[in-house]
Design a protein around this ligand. Structure first.
Ligand SMILES: *[C@@H]1O[C@H](CO)[C@@H](O)[C@H](O)[C@H]1NC(C)=O
Ligand SMILES: *[C@@H]1O[C@H](CO)[C@@H](O)[C@H](O)[C@H]1NC(C)=O
Ligand SMILES: [Mg+2]
Length: 264
């Protein structure tokens, strides 16, 4: 089967090469081809949202696309399939495996610490977002907090696995979340329900103190406090760039996928 696909691919690429006519002669006689991007046409010449949505997702993950409020309307189906399907899990697994391989190289002391974000990192709000267009709807704080207050968010399985492995290496776990102080108790309960049974600290956001401040400022300040108290942050994992940018970011950072929302 793979062989057939391979030959079909060769035939298609060959045909492309010939009809395209845009290859440039290299000065040493080799010719190179830059395949033109065909963002909006499929085999029949019709619009395929998947193609441009993939590029959009890559742009988001690479932090080239920033400060967006909703996902493109056309991408709801694509993002939904991504989040509920194999690819999201596979992408998360790649990140968590690398994080573990890295953690294994560290000499652990009593103050060796790993920082986890909560939403879309340790806990998954996918049941909520599946009901709200996977980010196509404008963020509704009331509705989202109602969901959080249920305390029923499942674990992101790959992160839970990483958490358990880090604990078994003797690393201390600190959660830093943008969830407000009033959600401290429900978050603790939810974390335990999801399998995160112990931690050094669970830091929720004092929304008075950090009123009007970005997540980057809040999280940097809290990490700085940890380091001033002797914690050595060797790793830091989150689904938002604002989890891993700023100061005191940790010796290495790990970015989990999240094409559903953006927090600066
Ligand atoms: C870890 O400790 C061992 C033994 O003390 C030492 O040989 C090694 O260089 C240390 N590794 C790192 C990354 O610090
Ligand atoms: C936000 O969610 C609340 C609670 O579900 C709902 O009553 C309200 O209409 C929503 N607001 C918007 C703008 O959709
Ligand atoms: Mg998050």
């Amino acid at each position: 089967m793979k062989v057939i696909v391979f030959f079909v691919a060769i035939i298609i690429l060959g045909a492309e090469w010939q009809c395209n006519g845009s290859e440039h002669e290299h000065e040493h006689g080799h010719s190179y081809q830059i395949f033109p991007l065909r963002m909006k046409t499929g085999p029949g010449g019709h619009y395929i949202p998947e193609v441009s949505c993939k590029s959009w997702r890559l742009g988001v993950e690479a932090h080239n696309v920033i400060d967006w409020r909703t996902i493109p309307q056309d991408c709801e189906g694509y993002i939904g399939n991504y989040m509920l399907g194999h690819q999201y899990r596979s992408d998360s697994k790649t990140v968590c495996r690398e994080a573990y391989f890295y953690a294994k190289t560290i000499n652990i002391t009593a103050k060796t610490t790993w920082v986890f974000d909560v939403d879309e990192t340790t806990l998954s709000n996918l049941p909520y977002f599946a009901d709200h267009g996977f980010g196509v709807e404008l963020y509704n704080a009331t509705a989202f907090n109602e969901w959080v207050d249920l305390g029923e968010a499942p674990a992101l399985p790959e992160s839970l696995k990483l958490y358990n492995k880090l604990l078994s290496l003797g690393i201390k776990i600190v959660f830093i979340t943008g969830r407000p102080l009033y959600q401290q108790a429900v978050t603790a309960t939810n974390l335990k329900l999801a399998g995160y049974y112990k931690w050094e600290k669970l830091i929720t956001k004092d929304t008075d103190k950090y009123n009007g401040k970005t997540a980057v400022t809040y999280k940097s300040t809290e990490r700085q406090k940890l380091e001033e108290n002797g914690y050595n942050i060797i790793g830091n994992i989150g689904d938002q760039w604002s989890d891993i940018l700023g100061t005191n970011t940790g010796l290495r950072t790990f970015k989990l996928p999240d094409p559903m929302y953006y927090i600066s």
